[in-house]
Each structure stands twice: as structure tokens, then as C-alpha cells.
Design a protein around this ligand. Sequence first.
Ligand SMILES: Nc1nc2c(ncn2[C@@H]2O[C@@H]3COP(=O)(O)O[C@H]4[C@@H](O)[C@H](n5cnc6c(=O)[nH]c(N)nc65)O[C@@H]4COP(=O)(O)O[C@H]3[C@H]2O)c(=O)[nH]1
Length: 558
Amino acid sequence: MPAKAKRNLLILLAAVLVLIVVLGPLGLGVFVAQRTSERSEYAKLGVRADYALKRADTVASNLYGVLRELDQWKGERCTPKHLDHLRDLALENRFVQDAGVFADDGRWLCSSLVGVLSGSAPQVSPPDWRGDHGIVGWFKMPRLSQAASTRRTLVLGYDHFYVELDPDVLVDAIDDYDRGIGVFVTTPPHLVAWNAVANPERLQAAFDSGGVVPGSDRFYVIRRSRVLPIAVVVSEPKSQLLVVWRNNVWGWLIASLAVGATLAWLIIRVFRARLSLDGELRRAIRRDEIGVAYQPIVDLETRACVGAEALARWHLHGAAIAPDVFIVAAEHNGLIRALTDRVLERIVRELGDFLEAHRDFYVSINVSAEDLTSRRFLDVLTRTLGRTEIRAAQIRIEATERGFIDADAAREVLKAFREAGHPIYIDDFGTGYSSLSYLQTLPVDVLKIDKSFVDTIGYEAVSSSVAPHIIEIGRALGLGVVAEGVEREDQARYLIERGARYAQGWLFSKALPAEALVRFVQGPAAVAATEQSSGTGRRGRARDARRPGAPSSGQSRV
Ligand SMILES: Nc1nc2c(ncn2[C@@H]2O[C@@H]3COP(=O)(O)O[C@H]4[C@@H](O)[C@H](n5cnc6c(=O)[nH]c(N)nc65)O[C@@H]4COP(=O)(O)O[C@H]3[C@H]2O)c(=O)[nH]1
């Protein structure tokens, strides 16, 4: 994809993300406000229902008390004296409408309201409910005292006594919020009382459906008593929810706006940095501000520097940007080819004379997948070297396994590099997944053992270290091997013992600027190494020191 299209895609992605992080929390805020309002309204309704139930329980225990008192009458029943006693109890207790006595066979004998019943007295039906301690209840009985009345009454009995209760006392509490309240008896289920704002049909529907009435403009809460066979249904108009929601939603909107704005700001920052990193990198490449550091590659035995790996360096506003960051950015934004060209130009500019004077010394250059899709870079390389005396073998190509995404194209291009005289190195060998299979088919000269395998030397059981296996593979296939990231003497010794000949790493040197590399090559290490390997005197040493990494058997492989 062209870089400009990628940039536009990034901007579009940023805009979409900003929209999502702003609208997402807003929507979430509205939703949460709705849920919290709903929950708080349900909680308030629940409190109201609990209050009504508590009142019912209080009334019930009051009536139990009256029944106990009635039962304590020791004298003859339904006498004028007993009737006075019944009337006193009914008058003293505000919940009791009538109190009376019935016979063993259910015949009604007398009541505080009617007095003694003579003639054919009505029969008390079998109770609808039997509670603890002999308490019974009749919940669908017409009023005993006014048999013709259609008013519902709740009657509790004990032994041969009964008390009548007007169910309306259960719902007469004042409510400021237009809440409907209904009391149901559950055996058999029916509505016995409701307050003025309640609609009995709707309460019934709510009770029957367990509190969920689809399409209703009210919501309902049901609570059941543990003491009496009754349930309370409380309802509230949904418009009340809107009022509460309106009060709640502002807080949530402000909070979600703050979250959304913070996230949007973070996204914009990240994308701006990304876009500006791309822009800055483009500018740096155009202005030739990409530097190169050279990490010496040494002969492990003699410590002579035989070559160097060119590593791109970039400083942005004074801060070093890691290659892992800007190389990846360059690869993503179509800048990597230009960057590889710049690195090559710089190598030739900085080390051209040195390479011409030291024709066995080499520099390896990292190429990316993009550089392996065509012969373009080979043409650039050939043209550039054509203007110098540098041999093709002095510029070596380092490709990583990641570079073989298009394996067929990479094979052809690498073959062309090799035919042109540039040795091929496989960087980070062993970290990819197809190492062994591509080794059969790709034109390769040298394997570079990845630092991660060198790191484990000395820490892992000898049998589990990968480094010796790579050395072995190199030997079996006739390839050279260079170990990367050697930091300690014991690692160097281990590698020598396993037959490795060349390495790079901080034990020998970090990546150096060109002049420092030249000094390193010509410095005491090279002098000492040359002295050791050739046994030459002072004059010979000075001459050899300018010929670092003097060819030895197998060196052409690295
Ligand atoms: N801790 C430690 N590190 C060591 C040691 N010896 C070498 N290194 C580091 O390991 C990396 C070796 O380079 P690489 O595997 O080619 O890995 C390179 C290479 O894949 C890529 N790269 C660097 N320059 C270029 C370039 O010009 N073009 C391309 N395409 N990629 C490049 O960036 C990667 C990272 O480069 P650097 O950050 O320079 O990191 C370098 C080097 O500084 C050691 O003993 N200890």
C-alpha cells in the first residue's frame, strides 16, 4: 500500500477510534444512569413494600394478642357480660372491627356488633389457612356482622373465637409519590385491599405475572410475608423513573465525557506521535540524517577484527531512537528501501577508502523483506561500487528469516546478489520457523547465531544449548558461522571449543562510528593478534596491523 494511503488510513483509524472512545463512554453513561435510576427506584419501591408488609405483620400480631385475650375468658360465653368483654376488646383495638364466638359445629353464636344470634345462625366455613399455634384464617368470607355486604374482610380465629379486620388498614399509609399499593392473600390468591391511586386490574395482572407486565407504563415490586399468607404489590409510574434518570444522568454524562476526552486525547497523542515519527523519519532519510554504527566482527582465536556489521542509527531531537522502532516504522511506511540506500551510501562515504585499502575487510549490511522482492538494491549496490575500487565480496548481505516472506522472490534476488559476488548471511538464525527447510534451497554463505542462543551459554545444560547445533549445521552444509551478542569470556571459550570461529558482541566492542572502527581495527588488539598468529617483528606488525583479518583458511566464508 502506498505510504500516503497508509497515512490516510491511519488518520481515518484515529478518527474512528476517537469517535468510539467519545461516544462509547457517553452511551455507557446514559445506560448506567438508566440502570442506576431503575435500581434505585426498585429499591425505593422495595422499601415501601417492606414497610407495608411490616405493618401487616404488626397488625397480625396485634390480632393474635386479641385472640389470646378472648381465649382467656373463663366465664360463660355470649352472656351480656361476655358481650361487654367482646365490645371492650373491639373498641380498645383499632384494627378489630368485630370479635365473636362460634360453636364446635361452626355455628355462629355471638359477636360484639350483632350480639347473641338466635334462630338459624349462619355456619362458619372451613378456614382457608391454618397457621402456627392453632391460628386459622378466613379470607373470602363475607362479613359475619353484615352478611349482605360485599366488602371483603379478613378473619382470624383461635379456638372458638374470631376477630374481623378491615383489610384497608393495611394500605392506608400516606404516600407522596403516587405509588399504588395492593395487598393480596395468597390462599386462595386474590386481592383484598388497595389504595386510592392503585388500579386493581393492573395490580392483579402484576401479581399474576410475578411483577413484569409487558407494555405497562408502571413498574411493580412484589414482597411476600413470612408470617401471614399475604403479599404486597407496590407500583410506580415509569415517568417517575425519567425524573430520577434526569437527575442522575448529568453526573454520568460528565464522568463519561471526562473518560472519553482523556482516551481521545491519548489516542490523538499516540497517532500524532506515530504520524510525526513517520514524517520525521521521511525527513531524516531525505536529509541524510540516518547514521551508521559498525560493530566489529572478530576472529575468536586471534581477536583480529575481520569485518563489521553496519547498524543504522537515528537521533530525533537529541534522543536515540532504537532501530527496532524506526526500522519497523520504515518497513511499514515504504521508507525502508530509501533507508537501505542511505546506509549503503554512508558506508561507502565513511569507509570507502578503508575498504579499498583493506581488501579483505568487509562490511555486512542489513536488508529487509522489501529489498529482497526485486533486484533494485542489487542494481544500486552494483552502480555504487562501480564508482569505487571496493570488491563485491567486501559488501555482504544480511537477511533475516522475516525477509523470506516471499520465498521465491527472495531466492532469486539472493542468488543474483551472490552471483554478483556478495556473500549472503542469514541473521538471527534459528529464531524463525523455517530455518532448516529454506537452507536447502536458498543460496546462503554464513549463519549468524542469534544472541538469544548465545545468552543461554553457561546457564543451560550443555545438551539443551542450541548454539552448538547451529555450528554443526553450518559445518555439515559447508557454511560459515558468526555468533552474535557475545558478552562474556566463557561464552567466547565455549564457542571456540565447539568449533565457532567468528563472533561479534560487547565482549569485543559495541557498534562504533566509522573512525572508531578504523582505530579499533588498527589498534592494539589487531597488533597483538597479528603478532600472535604470525610471530612477526615490529616492522611486520605495523604492516599487518593495517591488514586486519588477514585471510586465513575458511575466512572467505565470513
Ligand atoms: N545486548 C547486547 N546487544 C548486542 C550485543 N552485540 C550486538 N548487539 C546488538 O544486537 C543487534 C544486532 O543486530 P541485528 O541482529 O542485525 O538486529 C538489528 C537489525 O535487525 C535491525 N537493523 C539495524 N540496522 C538496520 C539497517 O540498516 N537495516 C535494516 N533492515 N535493519 C537494521 O535492527 C536490529 C537491532 O539493531 P541494534 O539495536 O543496533 O542492535 C544490534 C546490536 O547493537 C551484545 O553483546 N549485547
